[in-house]
Design a protein around this ligand. Structure first.
Ligand SMILES: Cc1ncc(C[n+]2csc(CCOP(=O)(O)OP(=O)(O)O)c2C)c(N)n1
Ligand SMILES: CC(=O)[C@@H](O)[C@H](O)COP(=O)(O)O
Ligand SMILES: [Mg+2]
Length: 629
């Protein structure tokens, strides 16, 4: 496809010579490119379509990479990628060895920080601004943060500091009324009120005409320095309270698809001598009807048909772990009125939508606020409810302190359901859930399980709810194994494994999804006459020490396999346990897991292969090890 303007844009400097009309044409071309590429790769379509004009306006007015443009979460940065030299690689978006779906400093000098986890960008921006002040340099610092990300605790902590620091920086609030689902919380209500208020229209018109009266940029420049403060004052809503009271000047809401308006405002706020929050109103999914109509579906979407917007279905007949979890929890909640389900802005992603529908009073969406969600869960547990906190493994990293202090220390019965545990695929290193075994395993009183299939997940959820004290379950993204689901869930014996393949040459003690790979390795080696026992360990904590000792006694080689980091992982735990035995009773050991590096993006199968934790890779290393013995 030919791009009239986009093909000529090598860097943001090329945008500066374009008229606003040409920029508007470029915006359409960028939208077309985003839709075309993501229809094949999948990706964060609606967030990125919503900010095309905003990004073009920022880059037209700023001088990046000298100036710094940050993206909170970074899932809306596709237009930024396209105008910062990555058009030719854009079709590799989110693919193995391709360009990342998020800003990534190692990919481009225009990308500032490793986005992916929400609400961190104001802190990073303030750090950059403070460093600038210390160095005495002059770069502008701007971050684009969504209305939902702004409600995260880290962003609030940063605003608290920004208001005190009073150093120049611009926080662009991209207000589209959406998180992944509809945005929730008091801040969302406040912004709604602000958008709707009469003063908004009045002030916006006033600013518009005030700026209009300055004439073109060239002429405006002359009196700009003198009038910056006045101009910003004109933009401030008179009855504005929240940000103003924190010491952060706040503009009236600006129409976020009007390039001229954004550029004009940007030019003013960039000259302020303190922090400014620039409130921009956009439409999530703008310019593509299916994404505008279903911004939740097109928030992060699999490949889709451009003409109809129909999302391509997976070829697997097996259900996703997430939906098995959602249904199983619903069934549990029908039997037990004390169950309260909690999500931090991931109602759909964690499979809790049916629960929210059926039990709205026992469902809590905290918004992007993992620390608060886990802290609040402890209060519910203290008061005798059974909180079930469903949070992606990677995002639970935010709340490890609350797991430890608020829940584990008082031994509260809180159930932590860690979805997306293990490698997640196309989202890459910010989203792989590879640390939870290590961070859950270290916590006193914690019990932790990993199902090897969906039936096990049902039993494990039931077990977690029947136990006492804090319990964690970890299960992967995507399709399960297609086994029959139990008609009645049962309580599993704590710390007891099950052997799923017999064999006395080698034992693989496997956890969660690795059981399947271990079975594959066992099949491969069986054909070579090597008997590989596969133990589905089920329990990460406490793990089945008897099964470990038995394997050590009976097999020539013992392996552990987990889809998590090796450092601090359960393989290390098993090694430690074996190290207490007399050395002559400990066979050679192999630990399969994620080595000490950040794993990049790609389909999970490819990543397993790269890391040597697929069936073939494990069989190969076992074969090599046996040859050494
Ligand atoms: C700490 C953390 N929790 C949850 C998420 C998952 N997540 C990614 S984007 C998003 C919604 C973001 O909404 P908003 O900031 O308003 O941006 P928009 O998508 O509307 O542009 C959520 C919940 C995340 N990336 N990081
Ligand atoms: C940007 C972000 O953090 C989420 O949108 C995430 O990409 C969702 O991942 P899933 O597709 O696994 O729900
Ligand atoms: Mg939003």
């Amino acid at each position: 496809m030919e791009h009239r303007i986009l093909d000529m844009i090598e860097s943001p400097a090329d945008l500066k010579v374009l008229t606003d009309e040409e920029l508007q044409i470029l915006a359409s071309e960028i939208r077309e490119q985003i839709i075309r590429t993501t229809s094949k790769t999948g990706g964060h379509v609606a967030p990125s379509l919503g900010v095309v004009e905003l990004i073009l306006a920022c880059h037209s007015v700023m001088n990046c990479p000298h100036d710094k443009l940050l993206f909170d979460v970074g899932h809306q940065s596709y237009a930024h990628k396209l105008v910062t030299g990555r058009l030719k690689d854009f079709d590799t978006l989110r693919q193995y060895k391709g360009i990342s779906g998020f800003p990534k400093a190692t990919e481009s000098p225009y990308d500032v920080h490793p986005s992916g986890h929400a609400s961190d960008s104001v802190s990073v921006a303030l750090g950059l601004a403070l460093a600038r002040d210390l160095r005495g340099s002059d770069e502008k610092i701007v971050t684009i943060i969504g209305d939902a990300a702004l409600s995260g605790g880290m962003a609030f902590e940063a605003l608290n500091h920004v208001g005190q620091a009073q150093t120049p920086m611009v926080i662009i609030l991209n207000d589209n009324e959406m998180s992944i689902s509809r945005n929730v919380g008091a801040l969302a209500n406040y912004l709604g009120h602000k958008r709707a208020s009469k003063s908004y229209t009045r002030t916006r018109d006033h600013i518009q005409s005030a700026l209009e009266s300055r004439g073109g940029w060239g002429q405006g420049l002359v009196d700009f320095g003198r009038n910056v403060k006045d101009s910003i004052k004109q933009m401030v809503i008179p009855d504005e309270m929240l940000f103003e009271q924190l010491g952060i000047l706040c503009t009236a809401p600006i129409p976020g698809h009007d390039i001229s308006a954004i550029k004009r405002t940007m030019r003013v706020v960039l000259e302020a001598d303190g922090p400014v929050l620039m409130h921009v109103v956009t439409k999530k999914g703008a310019g593509y009807a299916p994404a505008e109509a279903h911004p939740d579906v097109f928030h992060g979407v699999s490949p889709f048909d451009i003409a109809t917007g129909e999302v391509k279905k997976s070829s697997s007949a097996a259900p996703k772990y997430t939906s098995v979890f959602g249904k199983a929890l619903l069934a549990e909640a029908e039997r037990d009125e004390s169950i309260v389900a909690i999500t931090a802005a991931m109602k759909d992603g964690t499979g809790l939508a049916p629960f929210a529908e059926k039990f709205p009073n026992r469902f809590v969406d905290t918004g992007i606020a993992e620390e608060h969600a886990v802290g609040m869960a402890s209060g519910l547990a203290i008061a005798g409810m059974k909180p079930v906190v469903a949070i992606y493994s990677t995002f639970m990293q935010r709340a490890v302190d609350q797991v430890i202090i608020n829940n584990a220390l008082p031994k509260l019965h809180t159930v932590f359901c860690l979805d997306r545990a293990g490698l997640v695929g196309d989202d890459g290193p910010t989203h792989h859930g590879v640390f939870d075994i290590a961070y859950m395993r270290m916590i006193p009183h914690m019990k932790a399980m990993a199902p090897s299939d969906e039936a096990e997940l049902v039993h494990m959820l039931h077990t977690a709810l029947a136990l006492d004290g804090p319990v964690a379950l970890r299960y992967p993204r995507g399709e399960a194994r297609g086994v029959e689901l139990p008609s009645e869930p049962r309580v599993l014996e704590v710390g007891k494994s099950r052997t799923v393949r017999e064999g006395n040459d080698v034992a693989i003690l496997a956890f969660g999804r690795m059981v399947q790979e271990a079975e594959g390795a066992s099949d491969i080696l069986a054909a070579e006459g090597v008997g590989v026992r596969v133990v589905d360990m089920r329990w990460i904590k406490p793990f089945d020490e008897a099964a470990v000792r038995k394997a050590a006694l009976e097999c020539r080689l013992v392996c552990t396999a987990e889809e998590g980091v090796i450092e601090g992982g359960i393989g290390e735990g098993i090694l430690e346990a074996l190290a207490e035995r007399p050395p002559e009773k400990v066979p050679p050991l192999l630990v399969f897991g994620i080595p000490d590096k950040f794993v990049q993006q790609g389909k999970v199968g490819l990543l397993h292969k790269e890391l040597g934790i697929d069936a073939e890779g494990m069989a190969r290393r076992i074969r090599e090890k046996l040859a050494e013995l």
